[in-house]
Design a protein around this ligand. Sequence first.
Ligand SMILES: [Zn+2]
Length: 189
Amino acid sequence: MCFGEYILYKSGENYSINSCDTIEMFYNIRTDLDKIKYAVHITKIIQDVTNENENSYKVLQLYLNTLYMISETETDMDFVLSVFKIKLLCILGFKPRVDECVNCGQKENLKHFSIRDNGVKCEECYRQDKSSISISGSTWAALKFIVSSPSKKVFSFHLKDESLKELELLSKIYFNEKMEKEYKLEELW
Ligand SMILES: [Zn+2]
């Protein structure tokens, strides 16, 4: 998990590496089994959403910022993973609507998140929607922050225990649903 700059030489269908420079080693990841576990999980997700010869600059930015958080800080890694998943969905075109009820446009008292309709819902509208998850005001504020912040700043907020659990649950269900795949954090050993 090193970030580097590679100079490639193309001959026919194949590339050869002419030179490479290491830019960031993320050294601390290799000295901590928990950090490795989360970094590997995130890397597998990144491999699923990127293709060779495709410009993935925004995904790369988020990936590097996420690896930095894991390597260089002691931030709760479930928090980092949850924020990463929601921000990645935004980049991939699944940005949830969080400023108003996706159904009626109401702007206040939005305490439910609809997995099916990609956004928050009010007290009236959520009743018809079995895919909605109840969220606290703090979780709603966190969602708004994640959606509107650049990747560099997206981890710069705090959530208390209960709201953190909500964000984890929401990001997990929403991510699996949109990616149409069951992602699980696996033990490596
Ligand atoms: Zn509504």
